[in-house]
Every structure is written in structure tokens, then in C-alpha cells.
Design a protein around this ligand. Structure first.
Ligand SMILES: NC(=O)c1ccc[n+]([C@@H]2O[C@H](COP(=O)([O-])OP(=O)(O)OC[C@H]3O[C@@H](n4cnc5c(N)ncnc54)[C@H](O)[C@@H]3O)[C@@H](O)[C@H]2O)c1
Length: 301
């Protein structure tokens, strides 16, 4: 047997606020493989997330295959739009969802991780977050602030996380993000500069693999996942159509099972993937390899 063994490893997963997204599925896969898992949650979603856990509403989804219930080692407030607390405008810092949360910036989470676990305490960091306030607008009609926010929150945040968390990583450390094919090919409707953010994320994955590989000895990869009806994806408005379209036209004609993204993430974080860095790994049933729609019903014929 060749196991994915993450026992003794600590993961920090940014972008978990419910049990319906890739971050949660990845957290669970890491826990199944033996890692301890902490998460970073966007402050506006934090109360609801904590309530769901406290009231036992997530008990079923937190149950691991051997019957144990997964417990997050720590849940940190994190707004990845801000590198330092001083970067957050006053209206954010004074907002009731943020005010009592301490330092919710990337530097703040870094300090909290050091305080809780020590200077060299991390092995795995996953960036599973994105936000584009104008995602429903065509790129052509996207405002400058909307575009810059999409790229800042969804792509620059990875650079900041690698810079800040890189020094905490132990030998063999691994960074991973989630991207989408809209960064390479046109997906009509995936607007607001989110396609630009994904293109940046994929390019930065390569450059960061080199720079952070040399500076911190870590690996940096990104998973290009097929469409899946998470909360964020559902907000774009046509996720069900994308899922049906990909199912009809992918190399393997079936819906994406999010657990396959979790398993790939666990593999990429493991020593088995020790020579894999700077790559975009497609977990999309092979849809990215297709150049033409297969199923005429997908054309409405
Ligand atoms: N669902 C899909 O079809 C799909 C396909 C390919 C890639 N992805 C990518 O997967 C990643 C995870 O998304 P998901 O689809 O699982 O949805 P999701 O809603 O579970 O995850 C997005 C998370 O980002 C958080 N977030 C938003 N703004 C933030 C901020 N400023 N600071 C910190 N956190 C913030 C949200 O609270 C949420 O928890 C994203 O990068 C997304 O683009 C999704």
C-alpha cells in the first residue's frame, strides 16, 4: 500500500465558512490523512459558521470515515483583502462583524498561528477563497475598483499568504490554491475580473514556486477544479448549467465529485508529491482537454 500519510502535519486552510465548499472538503481529506487542521474564515461569515458547528448542524459532514468527528484545531478570523490591520478602512474595523475579532488581516493570522503553535509550526497552507464584487458584469463593463478588488482578494492574497506564512513552514511544506479554467479560456458570464484573477493566480503559482521554493523550501501548486455548486459558485448564477454542460462534454461524462478535489489536495500536500511544484493540476473529469462540445443537446439542438 502507498498511503497518503499526513500524520504529524498541521494544515491551515483559508476560506472555510460552511461545509459546502472546496475548503471544507479539502480540510476533511487532510484530516482523513491524519493532519491537524485550522481554518481561516471571512469575518462576515464567522458567526454563522461557529453557530452551525456549535448547534451540531455540521456533525454529519464532520464525521470521518472511521466514525471520528473532525474538530478544527483553531478557527481564525481572516479577511484576505488586508495584509495588515492598518490596511483595513475604519468602516471595516468598526463594523460589528469585525470589531470584536482582533487582527483579522493576513499578518494577524500569521501572528496568531505563531502564538498558538510556534515559529515553525505549519506544513500545509491552502488558499480556497475568491471574491469578485462585480462577477456578474462582463469584463468589458467591470469598473476599475471592481476589477482590482477581484484580483486583490482572489489572487494577491496568495502572494501575501506565501510571504507571511512561508517562514512558518517546516521542511517539505506545501501551498495550494484553487483556480478555474476561466483564467485560460473564455467562460461567458464569469466576469468582474474574476477570469483575470484566476489567470494571475495560475501565473503567480509558477513564479511563487520558484521564489518561495528558493526562499522557504516550499512547493506551490494550484488545482483547476471543474464546476461545483458551492456557495460562491452558486452566487455567479449559472452553476447548474455549467455542471450539466461539463457533464455532457467532459472526457469522462459525469459530475465532479468534490472528494476528488480533496484527495488531490491531500496528495499534493503529501511527501508523495515532493517533486511537484509550480503546476496547475486539473481535477475536472478532463473537460479542459476538449476542444468541441460533444453533446448536441448542450447546444439546445
Ligand atoms: N465551485 C466551483 O465551481 C469552483 C471551480 C473552480 C475553482 N473554484 C475556486 O475554489 C475556491 C473556493 O471556492 P468554493 O467554490 O469552494 O466556494 P466557497 O464559497 O466555499 O469558498 C469561498 C470562500 O471564500 C471566502 N471569502 C470571500 N472573500 C474573502 C475574503 N476577503 N477573505 C477571506 N475569505 C473570503 C468565503 O467566505 C468562502 O468561505 C475559490 O478560489 C474558487 O474560485 C471553485
Amino acid at each position: 500500500m502507498l498511503p497518503i500519510d499526513l500524520s504529524g502535519k498541521r494544515a491551515f486552510i483559508a476560506g472555510v465558512a460552511d461545509d459546502g465548499g472546496f475548503g471544507f472538503v479539502i480540510a476533511k481529506a487532510m484530516a482523513e490523512a491524519g493532519a491537524s487542521v485550522s481554518v481561516g474564515t471571512w469575518p462576515p461569515a464567522l458567526n454563522i459558521f461557529l453557530n452551525l458547528i456549535e448547534r451540531g448542524k455540521m456533525d454529519a459532514s464532520l464525521t470521518l470515515s472511521d466514525g471520528r468527528k473532525m474538530a478544527f484545531e483553531k478557527i481564525y478570523p481572516l479577511d484576505a483583502a488586508y495584509d495588515a490591520l492598518a490596511d483595513a478602512p475604519e468602516e471595516i474595523r468598526e463594523n460589528k462583524r469585525y470589531k470584536e475579532r482582533g487582527d483579522f488581516s493576513i499578518e494577524g493570522v500569521t501572528r496568531a498561528l505563531i502564538q498558538d503553535f510556534g515559529e515553525k509550526s505549519l506544513d500545509i497552507v491552502v488558499h480556497s477563497l475568491a471574491n469578485g464584487p462585480e462577477v456578474k458584469k462582463p469584463l468589458l463593463d467591470t469598473s476599475r475598483p471592481g476589477y482590482l478588488t477581484a484580483v486583490s482578494v482572489s489572487a494577491y492574497s496568495l502572494i501575501s499568504m506565501v510571504r507571511n506564512l512561508g517562514p512558518l513552514m517546516r521542511p517539505g511544506g506545501s501551498f495550494l490554491s484553487l483556480t478555474y479554467m476561466a483564467g485560460e479560456r473564455v467562460i461567458p458570464g464569469y466576469g468582474g475580473g474574476m477570469s483575470s484573477a484566476k489567470a494571475a493566480l495560475e501565473s503567480d503559482t509558477r513564479t511563487l514556486a520558484y521564489e518561495a521554493g528558493r526562499r522557504f523550501g516550499v512547493r506551490v501548486n494550484t488545482i483547476s477544479a471543474g464546476p461545483w455548486a458551492s456557495r460562491a459558485a452558486s452566487a455567479i448564477g449559472f452553476i447548474d448549467m455549467m455542471i450539466r454542460y461539463c457533464k455532457a462534454n467532459a472526457a469522462i461524462p459525469r459530475e465532479l465529485d468534490a472528494h476528488e478535489v480533496g484527495a488531490t489536495a491531500a496528495f499534493l500536500a503529501s511527501p508523495l508529491a515532493g517533486a511537484i511544484t509550480g503546476t496547475t493540476v486539473y481535477v475536472d473529469n478532463g473537460y479542459h482537454a476538449m476542444g468541441m462540445a460533444v453533446d448536441p443537446t448542450a447546444l439546445g439542438a
